[in-house]
Design a protein around this ligand. Structure first.
Ligand code: UDP
Length: 366
């Protein structure tokens, strides 16, 4: 008889939800995490009374009512709506691309004028079937917006020219002929009041959690504790990188406390020129409409990931897709281990999709 039914490796969103549902079904569960805190990459840390998104800004948004009802059991969500501002060498534009953007860029006033402008730039570029991100972007919004708001930002974020990137990346961004600055097309959106760490702590309430506990270092002892393992760490690390390491884009944050109450007037400002070395500045207090006397900002630098760095964005190209498929085959053969979450499945998951995936595992498994 083992002491636990499940050992959950990783106290992020996926692991926490699985643990919560398993305990609800009467299972004995131990959650471990190698970090000194729960919440994985949605971890928020309070600085000067402000919840700072330590591993990058997370804005919850979903079209799935079930997911929204599920997550709002654990925290009240505020009415934050993401409306980033783009700063191109001091010129400010509204994002995502909408009538405010088109008016500022071209002086156009009506949706028809904006559409005509985009159409003429698309035709002048002579693109019929977009083959890469550059061509996709120009055919969506024309050359001016591509040059000022997309080209530099995308090259900085992905470390590759837009002509070498797949077009689907840009399809995440809405293009609207209305005056709507909401970055997402989701029905439900907000930030958990009190921070994401509190949200995860609520999900993990009354569940045994061991922090500073690295599964891969203590695998032999830990495996003996439970019948089954839910592993949310990196899939390639689990198999000792035997086929080589999967690639990620990484991000470095330079966080600063400023002795003023308002630095940029918005939670997110993107620096879309190629020369500014960071991609964006996050001013954390505005996710929660903060009125603190000080403010905390993070400059975000995108970088190529190397072993030992924190992995962020999976690189969804052919090479990594093939490598992942090899690890996935090994994972499928591990009878007692279930792989889940962004790192376990090597997927560019938004939070709502992580919840969907965790709940679907619960349905199958519990
Ligand atoms: N993007 C851009 N200019 C911007 C913001 C986004 O060109 O000001 C493009 C860029 O190619 C980026 C993609 O849109 O990779 C998706 O951006 P998003 O903000 O959704 O990425 P995330 O917030 O997940 O980092």
């Amino acid at each position: 008889m083992k002491k636990y039914d499940y050992l959950v490796v990783g106290a992020g969103l996926f692991g926490a939800i699985f643990a919560h549902e398993a305990v609800k079904k009467g299972k004995k569960v131990l959650v471990i995490d190698k970090r000194p805190n729960v919440a994985g990459n949605i971890y928020t840390e309070e600085i000067e009374g402000i919840n700072v998104h330590k591993y990058g800004a997370h804005i919850f948004h979903t079209n799935n009512k079930e997911v929204w009802n599920y997550i709002t059991q654990f925290a009240e969500f505020n009415r934050y709506t993401n409306s980033p501002v783009a700063n191109y060498n001091g010129e400010l534009y509204s994002l995502p691309f909408n009538m405010y953007t088109f008016n500022k860029m071209w002086g156009v006033v009506t949706p028809e004028q904006a559409e005509a402008k985009i159409k003429s730039q698309r035709e002048a570029a002579g693109i019929t079937e977009p083959k890469n991100l550059e061509e996709q972007a120009i055919s969506l919004v024309g050359t001016d917006i591509y040059e000022k708001l997309i080209k530099g930002y995308t090259q900085k974020q992905w470390g590759r020219p837009c002509t070498e990137l797949p077009s689907f990346i840009i399809k995440r961004l809405p293009v609207r002929l209305t005056f709507d600055n909401n970055y997402f097309n989701a029905l439900y959106q907000g930030i958990p009041m009190g921070g994401y760490t509190k949200l995860i702590e609520n999900i993990l309430e009354n569940i045994e959690v061991r922090l500073n506990c690295d599964y891969l270092e203590h695998r032999d002892e830990l495996d003996k504790l439970a019948d089954k393992i839910v592993y949310t760490g990196a899939i390639d690390a689990y198999f000792g990188f035997k086929y080589g390491a999967l690639e990620y884009r990484s991000v470095r944050f330079e966080t600063e406390v400023l002795d003023k109450s308002n630095f940029q007037g918005n939670a997110v400002v993107n620096y879309t020129d190629a020369e500014t070395p960071f991609t964006r500045i996050i001013e954390h207090k505005f996710f929660e409409f903060g009125t603190q006397p000080k403010t905390v900002i993070s400059r975000e630098y995108s970088s190529e990931w190397k072993l030992g760095d924190e992995p962020y964005y999976p690189v969804n190209d052919e090479k990594n897709g093939e490598l992942y498929a090899k690890y996935k085959a090994l994972a499928d053969a591990e009878r007692q281990v279930i792989f889940g979450g962004r790192l376990g499945e090597y997927k560019y998951y938004d939070m709502d999709k992580v919840i969907e995936s965790a709940l679907s595992l619960c349905n199958k498994e519990l």
